[in-house]
Design a protein around this ligand. Structure first.
Ligand code: NAD
Length: 387
């Protein structure tokens, strides 16, 4: 029997437009979904480019104005894969039109925008999710499972880094495709919203809310040519950000992010140290979760002998998160599968009449609050509390 359709309209054909399109095509092949995703229409302002993108990925049609996309009554879900400055307007218009909404991270440019977006999806009662895709890396999902199984015990330390090196050259312009990340008017912030938002989402998923932060940001290259005007303009984003955090559960944390760590391309790591165990993850080694067991919560046995040590768990067995949907044990999956796993969770969540799949807009707003507090702390050179 054929499944009811889930008709999708996407905004954006760039990096995430491709990652999401791939997920929409792959998810029904590898997961038993209650709905059949239909790639109904893709949207961006450049007609030639969006037409080519739509043809390449099998989108049935295209639009050049996102308002037209939202007006269409043959679309159930709007997916926002466009820069941060348009998330707010598109998400609110989509919710008001009764569409489900998927939105890329960070949720918004700031908390005020994020609150309005949460209010809109909740008022409309439409399912929603933010693409914090790293939650769906099987090794990170396994870390969450270990925390939930109480294998870490009382948490003391959380340590996250997210390092890249692609903006070191002073002649990299700001603005335009991809480089909008360097333009504060489009990105909202620099590494804080772009990279640390991921680290903060993962941290709070694993270790609960962050209640206080103290941050230092730096902008190493003060002026860059704007790609759209050709003029040299001040750079208003944070090139690097380091902050201290106090978690509600009493643990303390450090977070560091930069685009100036020569040799680091997408070095996203975290370590959580508790009384009974520790976990460590590095995205450059994405199939491995490192786990140190000091005390087993089931047997109560302390693991203190000549074989004590860190384990490198190759997270590819059928019993590991998501892996029973993919290949045989030992065969790895990649970056793109995190989006497929996330989308599959979202569609499966619809079966239960779910109003959203984690992380929902409301959950992502908590990350936005931490990002805003970090930037305020850096500006005012003081600790900032998060309500
Ligand atoms: N989850 C992740 O790991 C991850 C990774 C990269 C980017 N992102 C997020 O995804 C979003 C998009 O980033 P990207 O890397 O795909 O950017 P990109 O520059 O590669 O693509 C952006 C797309 O948005 C389109 N666009 C811009 N303004 C538009 C408008 N007003 N109307 C219609 N289309 C518009 C552009 O034409 C382009 O197709 C951002 O919010 C970014 O933070 C998330």
């Amino acid at each position: 029997m054929s499944k009811p359709p889930l008709r999708i309209g996407i905004v954006g054909y760039g990096f995430m437009g491709r990652a999401h399109s791939n997920a929409f095509r792959q998810a029904p092949k590898f997961f038993d979904l209650p709905y059949e995703p239909v790639l109904k229409a893709a949207c961006a302002r450049n007609e030639e480019k969006i037409k080519k993108f739509a043809e390449n990925w099998g989108w049935e049609s295209y639009e050049t104005d996102w308002r037209k996309l939202i007006e269409r009554d043959d679309i159930d879900l709007i997916d926002i894969a466009a820069p941060n400055n348009v998330h707010h307007d598109i998400a609110i218009a989509a919710a008001e039109a009764g569409k489900m909404v998927l939105c890329e991270k960070p949720l918004a440019m700031n908390v005020a925008e994020g609150e309005a977006m949460v209010a809109a999806v909740e008022k409309a009662g439409v399912p929603n999710m933010v693409w914090f895709n790293y939650r769906r890396v099987p090794a990170i999902s396994l870390a969450k499972q270990l925390v939930d199984e109480n294998r870490i015990g009382r948490p003391f330390h959380y340590r996250a880094t997210y390092l890249q090196d692609w903006t070191i050259a002073e002649d990299v312009p700001q603005g335009g495709a991809t480089l909008w990340r360097l333009d504060a008017n489009v990105a909202g912030s620099g590494v804080t919203g772009d990279l640390l938002a991921h680290s903060i989402d993962t941290a709070m998923w694993l270790n609960g809310p962050i209640r206080r932060v103290c941050a230092k940001t730096e902008t190493f290259v003060k002026e860059r040519v704007h790609a759209e005007t050709g003029e040299k303009m001040p750079v208003k984003i944070d090139d690097a950000c380091m902050f201290l955090a106090v978690f509600e559960n009493g643990a303390i944390g450090t977070f560091e992010s930069t685009r100036y760590a020569r040799g680091r391309k997408n070095y996203n790591t975290f370590e959580l140290n508790g009384a009974d165990g520790s976990v460590f993850f590095d995205l450059e080694d994405p199939h491995i979760l490192q786990f140190y067991e000091y005390k087993n919560p089931t047997t109560g046995r302390k693991v203190e002998d000549h074989l004590t040590g860190w384990r490198r768990i190759h997270v590819t067995n059928f019993e590991h998160p998501y892996m029973d949907h993919w290949w045989v044990p030992g065969c790895t999956i990649g970056y793109e599968h995190t989006f497929t796993n996330a989308f599959a969770d979202f569609v499966i969540g619809l079966k239960d009449g779910g109003k959203g799949t984690e992380p929902t807009f409301r959950t992502a707003l908590e990350t936005q609050k931490v990002c805003d507090a970090v930037l305020l702390s850096a500006r005012e050179n003081r600790w900032v509390d998060i309500a």
